[in-house]
Design a protein around this ligand. Structure first.
Ligand SMILES: [Zn+2]
Ligand SMILES: [Zn+2]
Ligand SMILES: [Zn+2]
Length: 328
């Protein structure tokens, strides 16, 4: 029996249509072989990227030479650029603005590996620390309203480079999705994401990782098979100010969840997106979290027409597959 479910953060509906699929086997995608490298993001090829903006590197090593653990460079083909002013011009009924913004790439490890799940624990924490550092550095221009951190892994998820990396964009707007979540976080009855976390921990059927500071669960209104959210238990608005303990646990929860996904689905393509408080707002105004979106189904006419989703795998089943120790 299918069921309409609502995401209480955004008001978005999904149809959980279990009879259309249901076992991990149905969702396995063609395996992409990882090439051994080297590639333009590998050490020794630093000249092939624009000059580095920031890096964690061994003492005494120079920028744009090997010796780094995490390296940040401008995106070679940026969608937006850092200068200009955020003035909206009218063209008759239309509105436009110069393509201002910042677009950076975080190269998460010198090793030529494919995803966050392949990083060792310190390397994963360093990646999240670098995200924090860049989120703080990028918020200064007055036009910056939001900083979007995201990650594409696998060709079907939009990755053009195989070597694991994430991207950070500073934007002159607050995205609609975040604005909807912001309203839910400030609901008169209290933060709805806090309420969701309490409900999921008490009920348990969708929980994949339950830690002291972080929970990973398959959301009730999952848009995609095996969608997972990683949420700090404490109500914190600003990812960039999350403390070391939370960051370490988030890094290990993500690696754990991605490792389970890789085992059950043979390394599916995925996107990982951070939702954090808009820039220049009180820190308590949001509840930051990461959304992990495996790309096993293709959004089509229904999704584009309505903004709603059809998901053939109930999140309870996804959580069961991911926590079943036989699948390890
Ligand atoms: Zn590489
Ligand atoms: Zn909250
Ligand atoms: Zn979100």
């Amino acid at each position: 029996m299918s069921e309409w479910r609502m995401d209480v953060l955004t008001g978005r509906w999904v149809v959980i249509a279990a009879e259309r699929g249901g076992r991990p086997f149905d969702f396995k995608v063609e395996r992409e072989e990882t090439r051994a490298g080297p590639c333009p993001l590998c050490p020794g090829y630093e000249r092939e990227t624009p000059p580095e903006i920031a890096a964690y590197r061994a003492p005494g090593t120079a920028p744009d030479t090997p010796g780094w653990r995490v390296r940040v460079v401008p995106n070679k083909f940026p969608a937006v650029r850092g200068c200009g002013c955020a003035v909206v011009a009218a063209y008759g009924v239309h509105r436009a603005m110069p393509g201002i913004g910042a677009h950076e790439m975080v190269i998460e490890t010198p090793e030529h590996v494919r995803g966050l799940e392949d990083l060792d624990p310190e390397q994963a924490v360093d990646t999240l620390r670098m995200w924090q550092e860049r989120c703080l550095a990028l918020r200064h221009p007055s036009w910056v309203e939001y900083i979007q951190v995201f990650k594409n892994v696998g060709r079907a998820a939009g990755a053009s480079l195989e070597h694991t990396h994430s991207q950070i964009m500073a934007l002159p707007f607050v995205p609609r999705e975040v604005a909807a979540e912001l309203a839910a976080v400030r609901a008169p009855e209290g933060c709805r994401l806090c309420a969701v976390v309490r409900h999921e921990l008490a009920e348990g059927s969708r929980v994949v990782v339950a830690g002291r500071h972080v929970v990973v669960f398959a959301p009730f209104a999952s848009r995609f098979p095996f969608e997972l959210w990683a949420v700090p238990l404490a109500h914190e608005g600003d990812f960039a100010r999350a403390n070391r303990a939370v960051l370490e646990e988030m890094a290990s929860a993500l690696r754990g969840a991605l490792g389970r996904l890789a085992r059950v689905l043979e390394r599916p393509p995925y996107n990982l997106v951070l939702h954090t408080g808009p820039v220049n707002r009180a820190a308590g105004d949001f509840h930051w979290h990461l959304e992990l979106l495996p790309r096993l189904t293709v959004p089509a006419g229904f999704e584009f027409g309505t903004g709603y989703y059809v998901n053939p795998l109930p999140p309870e089943a996804a959580a069961r597959y991911l926590t079943d120790d036989n699948s390890r």
